[in-house]
Design a binder for this molecule. Structure first.
Ligand code: G1P
Ligand code: ZN
Length: 543
């Protein structure tokens, strides 16, 4: 077999964001865009010789073609073995698990997460390290550096590999193992949770709707919920992964999972509604008539995790991203364990999990997970909820209400301003940053500023320092507003405004969230001068 060394030149804009490199699919399809990034990543990990890797993706358009290219490039770079999901399918948490179980040197995951898929939509590549987690900042910096100095890439000249059949094959000297994408992930879930108790729950008539949103979790949810746990056929809807996700937006939140929300708020609502995103790492939880915010879900899962076998011994600590509400901190305080606040992006949890400092982590953007893998895990969150529901024998709404009664409620909402002109977004952030010091004790709308700063993070495990992680303004009386620019958008800038208001333990917990957040929202919009700078205060998406 011939290995070709093909000359290439650097391509602009190949800097990985919070979750790998994400661009329009057609950009990735243009040789050598994908090739440059794969070669740069292989170079950044010290070359492919003798390495073992996992490869798979969420099944979106271009998934299979990209995998063929990656396999040939892996062979061209002397990689010893690649483990691939059958049909090119692997959810992000399942890929993380395969990297860990097989002790590989890492893996490529092909996905643009919750962004739409298709030839005119988005594609993405992430590299996960040997611990199974997203490449840490040091590695993404090396990857980016390598994209700016690249001169050639190596690729084996060969026909396509058959990914449809489970088993082993070779490409030049490289071994390729095509594996069932679900099997070892399902075995892991079976070790973590009380499947017998959940099976009895379903046998007793408990009803559920899991919306896989035509994305990767379909086969996982069908095998686990309807197969192993005996939920009735039809519990999983939209369960076949489609290349364009049925033209939907596979993002599990009340906006994009509206049909599920409508079902759950209607007269025929089942006991539990859940959804996951394109690559299976995000989750949405909704009870009959009761949507659970991701920040609350993290806190409730942490407070009740001991009801599941894997966490019966207690938690080491809890971590949340900075914009996530403080609800989880209150649980940590009650349990007498450490609470960590990290920058946005799952990669910051990796060191804390590896060092055994935390067991459970989560983000306001519908990501929750634990030390069982090094990614957030949508189905894991759903199964932990099921385990808790089976043990407590209460409804979702009851569990949530009791949690608020005990800890107080952290009213929460995120406003997204999409496709903002980059210079306007920068002007808003720069202007606010310059004024932060002078904000303390000043009054805006009806609120007094308690303090304001720009969040930075000193990693307690490896001492790395991350700056510029969001501007935060705390108000007297338990309110907070955070401004941050998204790192995952593919068009213009996305400005995120995160709003939070704590009720206290004796305050009302039954208000409409938008009403409870109105003072913080008005103060935040005034402080940032949003309407003058970006010309609007109405967000595109409210979650
Ligand atoms: C978004 C979320 C963040 C998450 C990331 C990857 O990033 O806000 O919590 O880790 O997607 O799923 P952002 O676009 O805000 O940079
Ligand atoms: Zn995702």
């Amino acid at each position: 077999m011939t290995i070709k060394t093909i000359p290439t030149t650097p391509i602009d804009g190949q800097k990985p964001g919070t979750s790998g490199l994400r661009k329009k699919t057609q950009v990735f399809m243009q040789t050598p865009y994908l090739e440059n990034f794969i070669q740069a990543t292989i170079d950044a990990i010290g070359g492919g010789a003798g390495k073992r890797l996992v490869v798979g993706g969420d099944g979106r358009y271009f998934n299979r073609a990209a995998i063929q290219t990656i396999l040939k490039m892996a062979a061209g770079n002397g990689v010893a073995e690649v483990i691939v999901g059958q049909g090119g399918i692997l959810s992000t948490p399942a890929a993380s698990n395969l990297i860990r179980e097989n002790k590989t040197d890492g893996g490529f995951i092909l996905s643009a997460s919750h962004n739409p898929g298709g030839i005119d939509e988005d594609f993405g590549v992430k590299f996960n390290a040997a611990n199974g987690g997203p490449a840490p900042e040091k590695l993404t910096a090396r990857m980016y550096e390598a994209t700016t100095t690249i001169t050639e890439y190596r690729i084996a000249e060969a026909g396509d590999i058959d990914l449809g059949r489970i088993g082993e094959t070779t490409l030049d000297d490289m071994r390729i193992r095509v594996v069932d994408p679900v099997e070892s992930y399902q075995a892991l879930m079976q070790r973590l949770f009380d499947f017998d108790a959940i099976r009895s729950l379903f046998a007793g008539g408990f009803t559920m709707c899991f919306d896989a949103m035509h994305a990767v979790t379909g086969p996982y949810a069908t095998a686990i919920l309807e197969g192993a746990l005996g939920a009735p056929t039809g519990t999983v809807v939209n369960g076949t992964p489609l290349e364009d996700f049925g033209k939907g937006h596979p993002d599990p939140n009340p906006i994009w999972a509206k049909p599920l929300m409508d079902l759950m708020m209607g007269a025929d609502a089942p006991d539990l509604g859940a959804a996951s995103d394109g690559d299976g790492d995000r989750n949405m939880i909704v009870g009959r008539g009761a949507y659970v915010t991701p920040s609350d879900s993290l806190a409730i899962l942490a407070a009740n995790a001991h009801l599941a076998p894997a966490y019966a011994g207690g938690l080491a600590g809890i971590a949340r991203s900075m914009p996530t509400s403080a609800a989880a901190d209150r649980v940590a305080a009650k349990l007498g364990i450490a609470a960590y606040e990290t920058p946005t992006g799952w990669k910051f949890f990796g060191n804390l999990l590896d060092a055994g400092k935390v067991t459970i982590c989560g983000e306001e953007s519908a990501g929750t997970g634990s030390d069982h893998v090094r990614e957030k895990d949508g189905l894991w969150a759903v199964l932990l909820w099921l385990n808790i529901l089976a043990a407590r024998k209460q409804s979702v709404a009851e569990i949530v209400t009791r949690h608020w009664q005990e800890f107080g409620r952290d009213y929460y909402s995120r406003y997204d301003y999409e496709d903002v002109a980059t210079d306007q977004a920068t002007r808003l952030m720069d202007g606010l940053r310059d004024r932060l010091d002078g904000l303390a004790a000043r009054r805006f709308a009806d609120l007094t500023v308690a303090g304001a700063d720009e969040f930075s993070y000193l990693d307690p495990v490896d001492g790395s320092f991350s700056e510029g992680q969001g501007l935060r303004i705390a108000f007297e009386g338990g309110g907070r507003a955070v401004f941050r620019l998204s790192g995952t958008g593919t068009q213009g800038a996305t400005l995120r405004l995160y709003l939070e208001q704590y009720s206290g333990t004796d305050g009302r917990t039954d208000l409409d969230p938008q009403e409870a957040l109105a003072p913080v929202r008005e103060a935040a919009q005034e402080i940032s001068d949003m309407s003058a700078i970006i010309g609007r205060t109405e967000p595109d998406v409210v979650t």
